[in-house]
Design a protein around this ligand. Structure first.
Ligand SMILES: C[S@@+](CC[C@H](N)C(=O)[O-])C[C@H]1O[C@@H](n2cnc3c(N)ncnc32)[C@H](O)[C@@H]1O
Length: 155
């Protein structure tokens, strides 16, 4: 199957809705300074930059499977003079972190990924104990507010 080809400049021009919804999601995440945060499907990096500004003593890793989007993210990071972000080319389902991040942020991405069961297991492993997960699927008609879920490890 042919995968979708992202265009960073084009996305930036037509993604005001996603950026606005993502900004709301960042407020819900309630980032504390010093936290280490993973942005899954960071795209053009504009929201990653907002997250990094909330944690100047911490660090944000933005991963995305599109080189083109990451090029735009690096450009935005440089233009905005942000230092505490690393962007990496990575498929979300293949991440292999363990107990590394205080929170995972992912806006407007999970509907592009099929294997949610595998992905959520990876997210669980990635997070430190009591880590937080903020995922947004903003679209007209979707639930507006946050849903709180407490996760338990499978036996
Ligand atoms: C609609 S954009 C959202 C970008 C950004 N999070 C935002 O809200 O502006 C979706 C992004 O998800 C990325 N993506 C899709 N499938 C992915 C996967 N399996 N692993 C990592 N990134 C993925 C795409 O490359 C694209 O940059």
């Amino acid at each position: 199957m042919k995968s979708f080809k992202w265009d960073g400049a084009d996305y930036q021009q037509f993604s005001r809705y996603q950026t606005e919804q993502g900004t709301e999601l960042i407020k819900l995440l309630n980032v504390r300074d010093g936290e280490k945060i993973l942005d899954v499907g960071c795209g053009n990096g504009l929201l990653t930059i907002e997250v990094a500004r909330e944690s100047p003593k911490g660090f944000v890793v933005g991963i995305d499977s599109s080189e083109e989007m990451l090029r735009k993210a690096e450009k935005n990071k440089k233009e905005q003079g942000i230092k505490n972000i690393t962007f990496q080319l990575k498929d979300a389902v293949s991440i292999d972190y363990e107990n590394e991040f205080d929170a995972i942020f992912s806006n407007s991405v999970l509907h592009w990924i099929k294997d949610h069961k595998k992905l959520l297991k990876k997210f669980y492993k990635t997070l430190k104990p009591r880590g937080r997960l903020a995922i947004g699927f903003a679209s007209k008609g979707n639930k507006g507010g946050p849903i709180k879920v407490e996760l338990e490890e499978e036996e």
